[in-house]
Design a protein around this ligand. Structure first.
Ligand SMILES: [Zn+2]
Ligand SMILES: [Zn+2]
Length: 422
């Protein structure tokens, strides 16, 4: 039998919860670190995370959650749920678990996965122990964050619509309770020209590599007129094969980012596209423009959740850095979720100032500092969830602070559909 807690003031209740959650965390250490290590040792890139999704789903099933695998037509997604009583909040822990090509878990998503699992297991034990707190605990497994925009498809499928709030944590170079990020659009420009003998009759050729080079130069010149908060970065993925044939094909892959999703879609992306169109015109090539992956919306952190995380960082003994005055210049598909429900996406430090997406970060994410981030992160999110389950007024405050944004369709694969958003 579980023991009912006393009727107490919220603060005392929090402290009681903290003591309880810390003691449960002590029991779960081996399990949570094993999940983090096993995912770390077996890095799977976007939408190939079969091992990680299965590992997390199995752990949740074993703990009494009902699990739906492969939601939103994504094989490696899942949704787990545990309900208590009638009504109450529905709070979600978000897991990411994809790795980077060649680098492995240099973004530390093994930590995100174990934190999401740990937060849910701790919170479930608290609700079981309390016996009086109604609500639903949900865990959503979101694949393909690194470039695949898994959450974008899941937003479109309505996977987050019944949630009151979603919590996750990301490892990084500092403890940061809340942040905004840049929206991001991925573009490809494929130029088609005409092959010719580069020495004997180059005049018969149309040089597709020239179109790519002109595009890169046009983007470079455009930077002077772009807001400093914008980011444009591109590679020429195909620039021809051999010097003695005029290249008939070239391909640029570019990312365009800005803090405001509207500015990104309405202004920046069309200007970058015009660079490619101008280059095609100048060289006589044709250009095919594609948006190969879902757009990432800018992340809007819920300010009330941010304050709660800030307080709870102090409670677990981690010192935070001041909130950033500008958007963090990266992007996450959690941004798309933040347009439809209140979310928080804090950073937990694994090494001061660490360079993420590096071999060094991969090593740290699987080492003792990564382990500490798993345990602290799980406690941090569980404390926050406990406060939301206990306080209806706090949850109301969270919802009142939420500003719905743009639901970007997952498939924006041509300019027409992009214009449809404007
Ligand atoms: Zn990353
Ligand atoms: Zn990441």
């Amino acid at each position: 039998m579980t023991e009912k807690t006393l009727e107490v003031t919220p603060r005392t209740a929090d402290l009681d919860d903290e003591t309880f959650l810390r003691s449960v965390l002590g029991e779960l250490i081996d399990d949570l670190l094993s999940v983090s290590h096993r995912i770390h040792e077996r890095p799977e890139t976007r939408f190939q995370e079969y091992f990680a999704a299965d590992l997390l789903s199995t752990a949740l099933k074993d703990a009494g959650f009902t699990v739906d695998a492969g939601i939103a037509d994504l094989d490696t997604s899942f949704r787990a749920e545990a309900s208590f009583g009638e009504g109450g909040p529905t709070l979600a822990f978000i897991c990411e678990y994809d790795a980077l090509e060649k680098i492995g878990h240099g973004c530390g998503h093994n930590i995100i996965a174990a934190v999401g699992l740990g937060g849910a297991l701790l919170t479930k034990r608290l609700l079981e122990q309390d016996g009086m707190l109604p609500g639903r605990i949900v865990v959503i497994g979101t694949p393909g964050e690194e470039g695949g925009g898994g959450k974008s498809y899941m937003v479109e499928a309505g996977c987050f619509d019944d949630l009151d709030a979603a919590l996750m944590i990301h490892p990084g170079g500092e403890n940061l309770s809340a942040m905004s990020t840049l929206g991001r659009v991925a573009l490809t420009f494929e130029f088609t020209g005409k092959a010719a003998h580069a020495a004997v009759n180059p005049e018969f050729g149309i040089n597709a590599l020239d179109a790519s080079i002109l595009t890169m130069n046009a983007i470079g010149l455009l930077r002077q007129q772009l807001p400093t908060s914008a980011r444009v970065h591109a590679v020429i993925e195909d620039g021809g094969d051999v010097p003695n044939i005029i290249p008939e094909r070239s391909l640029i892959r570019a990312f365009v980012r800005a803090p405001d999703t509207g500015t990104l879609l309405n202004d920046l992306v069309p200007r970058i596209i015009n660079c490619a169109r101008g280059a095609a015109l100048a060289t006589g090539c044709t250009v095919s423009i594609d948006l190969p992956t879902p757009a990432y919306a800018a992340l809007n952190s819920n300010p009330v959740l941010g304050r709660m995380i800030e307080d709870n960082f102090a409670r677990i003994g981690r010192k935070t850095v001041p909130l950033l005055t500008e958007a963090f210049p990266g992007s996450t598909d959690m941004g798309n979720v933040s347009q439809v429900i209140p979310v928080i996406h804090p950073n937990v430090e694994i090494q001061p100032g660490i360079n993420m997406h590096s071999h060094e970060a991969t090593e740290v994410a699987g080492g003792p500092n990564g382990d500490k981030a798993v345990l602290d992160g799980a406690l941090l999110l569980a404390l926050t969830a406990a406060q939301l389950f206990r306080s209806e007024s706090l949850l109301t405050e969270v919802k009142q602070a939420f500003r719905p944004g743009l639901r970007i369709p997952a498939q924006i694969n041509n300019l027409e559909s992009l214009r449809g958003l404007m």
